[in-house]
Structure formats: C-alpha cells, structure tokens
Ligand binder design. Structure first.
Ligand code: AMP
Length: 443
C-alpha cells in the first residue's frame, strides 16, 4: 500500500521513532542515570542573530576548484588531494548542555508527555529546550541546527500541542527532499498518535492524484517539497490562506536546490500573520534575505555543532587505472568496514557499481535518481537495518537521509564541490562514534 505518503492518518500508521542505530540507541541516548538530563552538543547560543554563515570547510576555499567540463555542462571537480587527508583527527570535546526543561514542564498535555516518554525521549535536546517555549508562545523562530540535533521534534511537539487544542490549525512543512518529507511525517505519526490529527505528504516525482484526493480531506499538517506544493496551491488543492504556520526545514538546502522562487511564492500566498519556523544548518546571504523578508521579529536559537571535518579521520586511496574496483573490494573486506556508504557521481555508474559489488559477494544496495521512490526507501531500510554492508549513492539521493553508525564513507568518485565533500563525510562520525572517510584519487 503506497498511500502512506499521501493520507497518513496517524491512527493507521505504525508508530515509528526512526533514525536509531542498530543497537536501538538514539543519538541523544545520554540516558544512563549518571548523565540523565544532559546533552552533548556544540556551542549553543540564543538570539544569536543568525550570523552562523559558517563554511564548515576547514580545508580551504568554498566549493573546491572546478576544472574543465565534460559534455552536457557537467563540471569535472579537481581538488588538492591534501584536502582529503586528516590522519590525526582532533577529539572534539563536547560541551555538556544542561536542559532547563523536562518534557513534562513545557506545558504539554499529559497525553503528549506520555507519548514522548513512550518513545524513549527522556530529556529535551538543546534545540528543543530552547525553541519549544518560543514556538508555544507563537513567536517566529530561526533554528540553526543540523540533522541529528532533534530539530524535527523541536517543531513537531509544540505544533502538535497547539493543533490538539485547535484542530482548525493548519501547518505546512516544506522540505528539500521527499525522503526528508517522509521521515518528518513518520515522526509526526509517531508523536501525534491518538490525537485527532491528520497529515498528508505532497512530494514531487510521485503521482499527484492520490495527493489531490488526500487533500480533499482536512489535514492539519501538509508536508511537502516546494515545487509540488506550489503546483497544488495553483490547483487550489492547498489553500494557502488557511495556513497558520509554515515550517521551512533545511532551508539552506532548499535554496541550494534552486527552490527560492517557489518558496517565495508559497510564503507570499499565506497570511501575513502566520507563524514562520525557519530551520537551517547555515546562514548564507541568501538565507538571511529570505529571513528578513518573511520572518517577523524572529527568535534565533543556534545549536551548531563544531567543525565536523576536524573530528573525522580522512585519507586518500590511490588506485591504479583499471584497478579501482579491486581496490574498493579489498577495502570492503576489512572487518572494520561494517556499514559503508560509497559515493559515486552518476546515477547509472552508481547502479552498476552496486550490482558489481553484489556479484562479488558484498551485500550492497543503491540509491540514485533512476530508482523509484519506493525502491529507494527499500534500499535505505535494508542498509539501516544492517541487512546490507554497503550503500552506493549519488549526492542528491543521499540528501536528507539519516543513518547512524556508518563506519566509513568512501568517495569512489570525487564530489563536485568541497561542500559536497563535507556533506558526504558528515555521514560518518555522527554522534559520539568516530568514523572514517576515504577518497579515491588516481595514482
Ligand atoms: P533530527 O535532528 O530531527 O533529525 O533528530 C534526530 C534523531 O534524534 C531522531 O531519531 C529522534 O528520534 C532523536 N531525538 C529527537 N529528540 C530527542 C531527544 N530529546 N532525546 C533523544 N533522542 C531524540
């Protein structure tokens, strides 16, 4: 049944608190009695003014240098290989964050408090601790936070609370990718279980008709990607004038992906007195402009992590021409290569590589743009559950996916930009686990 992304009535869905590692531990699992109530986080600041434009690039210029182009305008990356080497990663000292609240004292209904507890969430994460009261108060917010900080629950919980008190409230959540939209809806279904709250996911690349049908019913939450949402607004299936809250999740990525005009059109069509919740890992000039135009006196909460690249062991793998695949399989035989994401540049080469790996006896899955949405989800689930050792992916397909305890990221093909490199290698070394990134370069 593929209606799960169109008309997910919370009551129907299975409860799912996703993005946990194979051990079942969550990323914030500081749940031992000794450290209960404390979270490890990077520096936090409140009302920080949103100046964290920070390139996370410790190794040099933004975007890497771009060399010549090959056919179809595709840019060939060229990098200084030393940018991929960090054999002496620094031990990042995590600050211990003392949460000011417990989930019981935000003023949530007892039902919501119980649901949160049943999900095993004991203590609010730093972003939750600071931003939930602001959202409950009806303030516009800027949350500078990456994935893995608990930002999704940080906006979902207060919105569920407010919606449960007034079911006529409608919220639109915009995300850069369909995968992220679906993950958010899964989390919503888990957290809103038993409330009379309905949701619909409206993402591109999928048949619009089930979405049109689901939108005929009342949905308190609409989660979608900007292009499809705008299309549905133009068809009057989504009525923007009814939206009371708009959440922009991973706003910087939406801008990177060229959604700026769609985002502006959507926001302009919604009521001026809406609440706008803006989440972004970085603040670029463009991001700030959007904030200036569409947010009303926002409160900023920043929980940006420290430079991830410094803490990840990185090295290059020099492979002779014609020996690249053999070099890869030799690496994958290493017992520490337990959960490996291999990045390739093209959809077809990613698929081929995954098939070659399977043929060579490695349990491998692939995700890329030539796969249907459900095929991608299936591959991702197998990898997440540990049923396959390797996930071969393109950059775009890998966006917005969260997999814990990735032991290695292998850049089989070079990323296009240094930012892509940082994004790729950030898939390992998440939480307290230290991973390793290896980048293939030719001998
Ligand atoms: P996000 O930043 O929204 O991608 O959240 C990442 C993961 O953190 C999700 O798997 C959540 O289940 C988990 N999480 C969210 N809030 C908490 C919390 N307060 N304590 C423990 N885990 C949490």
């Amino acid at each position: 049944m593929n209606t799960s992304n169109t008309n997910n009535r919370p009551s129907r869905g299975k409860s799912s608190m996703t993005r946990r590692g194979p051990s079942g531990s969550s990323r914030f699992s500081s749940n031992t009695p000794s450290n209960r109530g404390r979270f490890q986080s990077g520096p936090t600041s409140r009302n920080g003014g949103g100046s964290h434009g920070g390139s996370r690039n410790s190794g040099g210029s933004r975007g890497g240098s771009r060399g010549g182009s090959r056919g179809g305008g595709r840019k060939m990356p060229s990098f200084d290989p030393s940018k991929f080497i960090n054999t002496n990663p620094v031990e990042i000292k995590q600050d211990i964050y003392e949460s000011k609240h417990t989930f019981a004292d935000f003023g949530f209904s007892q039902r919501l408090v119980d649901i949160v507890a049943s999900k095993g969430l004991e203590t609010p994460s730093p972003i939750q601790d600071q931003i939930i009261p602001e959202i409950l108060n009806g303030n516009d917010v800027i949350g500078l936070a990456e994935t893995g900080t608990g930002k999704t629950a940080a906006f979902l919980l207060p919105l569920i609370e407010k919606t449960s008190k007034d079911v006529s409230r409608q919220t639109l959540i915009l995300t850069p990718t369909r995968e992220l939209a679906i993950q958010i809806e899964e989390e919503l279904r888990g957290l809103a279980k038993g409330f009379n709250i309905y949701s619909v996911t409206c993402v591109g690349g999928m048949n619009i008709h089930p979405q049109l049908k689901a939108l005929r019913r009342i949905n308190q939450f609409i989660i979608g990607t900007p292009g499809r949402v705008l299309d549905l607004i133009n068809r009057r299936s989504i009525k923007p004038e009814n939206l009371r809250t708009v959440v922009l999740d991973e706003a910087d990525r939406m801008l990177d992906m060229g959604f700026i005009n769609d985002m502006k059109k959507i926001l302009s069509a919604t009521p001026k007195d809406r609440e706008t919740l803006f989440f972004s890992a970085t603040m670029s000039t463009e991001t700030k402009k959007l904030v200036g135009e569409f947010l009303n006196n926002p409160v900023t909460v920043s929980v940006k992590k420290k430079d991830v690249t410094d803490s990840i062991k990185q090295d290059v793998v020099r492979s002779e021409h014609g020996k690249k695949f053999e070099t890869l399989t030799n690496l994958l035989k290493g017992k520490e290569f337990t959960r490996v994401i291999v990045f390739g540049s093209m959809k077809h080469s990613v698929e081929k590589l995954s098939q070659q790996l399977t043929a060579s006896g490695f349990k491998s899955e692939s995700i890329h743009g030539n796969k249907s949405h459900s095929q991608r989800q299936r591959s991702l689930q197998k990898f997440k559950k540990g049923e396959s050792q390797v996930l071969v992916a393109t950059d775009v397909a890998a966006r917005g996916i969260h997999v814990d305890e990735v032991s290695h990221v292998i850049n089989y093909d070079l990323p296009q930009t240094f930012e892509d490199y940082v994004h790729r290698i950030g898939r390992t070394g998440r939480g307290t686990k230290r991973g390793m990134a290896l980048t293939f370069i030719s001998k």
